[in-house]
Design a binder for this molecule. Structure first.
Ligand code: NAP
Length: 301
């Protein structure tokens, strides 16, 4: 029940009506009987600064950030977590409120600190680690956009041996690889860049352990599209993760099953990025099963 003590979490984006996050988070909050509510907020890009100021003024406890605000919101925050800073995007904001007892103001001012995190890459890595260890593996990623950046930084920091990035626009893949090499200098993994083409992808996948497709290929309504020619480009020792989650079973995932590969559907990354945000805000272990069921229900699965 909402009362005078109910605390507010939410998600900001433009558009926002299709978000699946409220269902997942409210189910988790209800399961733990926490007096919180998670709401969607439609925020236009030119109102982003006012949105963050308004959230502070209203005592909002935490926000998820989605397209198109993930990068622009950073300049409005006090602190940025190291991973989010390397990725160059924030999807989670934690608001901390501290009463300033030293203040000369009789009402004791409240100091608010905003801290930005990126939990997208964490979500992808945790989803994969449910099925296999990432240590010393060769990982191939298709795409070099926003999601690829989050995934690549997290996975390159998780003990892998080799990373291969293929993108249609080669300069974007170069730029991502350059940022990885600069920021993760000490890690010493082998990073290769390739054009996105069927022959290049086939070669890279032949000795890969993990394949993560971060392109929107196969996303509804283009559900017959896939980033590979056919199942024979895959093999049974490969783990295939398509981060597209509409439909739940993309054409790539269907081909991976035909090849007897291990599959990780895209909704798992969505689930675990939310789990991590929940834990950042509440300092409490999230009820994964309850949140997963709510997410699957709202996805219509
Ligand atoms: N599961 C999750 O939690 C989660 C989280 C975030 C995003 N996603 C999904 O991930 C997908 C990508 O999101 P994003 O934010 O990274 O998008 P983005 O920044 O626009 O990047 C898209 C990338 O895919 C490539 N690409 C697009 N269409 C292609 C095609 N037809 N053939 C080859 N390459 C193509 C682009 O290549 P160029 O650089 O050459 O244009 C670019 O590198 C979306 O479907 C999104 O819904 C899922």
């Amino acid at each position: 029940m909402i009362d005078g003590k109910t605390k507010i979490l939410g998600v900001i984006g433009d558009p926002i009506e299709h978000t699946f996050s409220p269902a997942m988070h409210n189910a988790g909050l209800d399961a733990l009987k926490l007096n919180y509510i998670y709401l969607p907020f439609h925020v236009k890009p030119d109102r982003l600064k006012e949105c963050i100021e308004g959230a502070k003024a209203m005592g909002i406890q935490g926000l998820n950030v989605t397209i198109p605000h993930k990068t622009n919101v950073m300049k409005h925050l006090d602190e940025i977590d190291q991973v989010a800073s390397m990725i160059g995007a924030v999807n989670t904001i934690q608001f901390s409120y501290v009463q300033d007892n030293e203040s000369s103001n009789q009402d004791n001012e409240i100091n608010v600190t905003t801290r930005g995190f990126n939990t997208d890459g964490y979500g992808c890595v945790r989803a994969i680690e449910e099925k296999t260890s990432i240590n010393d593996k060769k990982v191939t990623i298709t795409g070099a956009g926003g999601a690829a950046r989050a995934v690549a930084f997290q996975i390159a920091n998780s003990g892998i041996d080799e990373l291969s990035i293929l993108n249609r626009n080669a300069s974007k893949a170069e730029s991502l690889a350059g940022d990885l090499r600069t920021n993760l200098e000490t890690i010493g993994i082998d990073i290769g860049i390739h054009a996105y083409g069927i022959d290049d992808l086939k070669r890279e996948l032949s000795d890969s352990d993990i394949f993560i497709d971060t392109t929107p290929i196969g996303m509804y309504p283009n559900v017959d599209d896939k980033p590979i020619a056919s199942a024979d480009m895959l093999h049974e020792d490969l783990l295939v993760n398509d981060i597209v989650y509409t439909p739940m079973e993309t054409s790539l995932i269907k081909e991976a099953k035909l090849a007897n590969a291990t599959v990780v559907p895209g909704y798992k990354m969505l689930l675990y990025q939310g789990i991590r945000s929940f834990e950042i805000w509440l300092g409490h272990e999230a009820p994964v099963d309850v949140m997963e069921k709510a997410l699957l229900d709202v996805l219509g699965i």
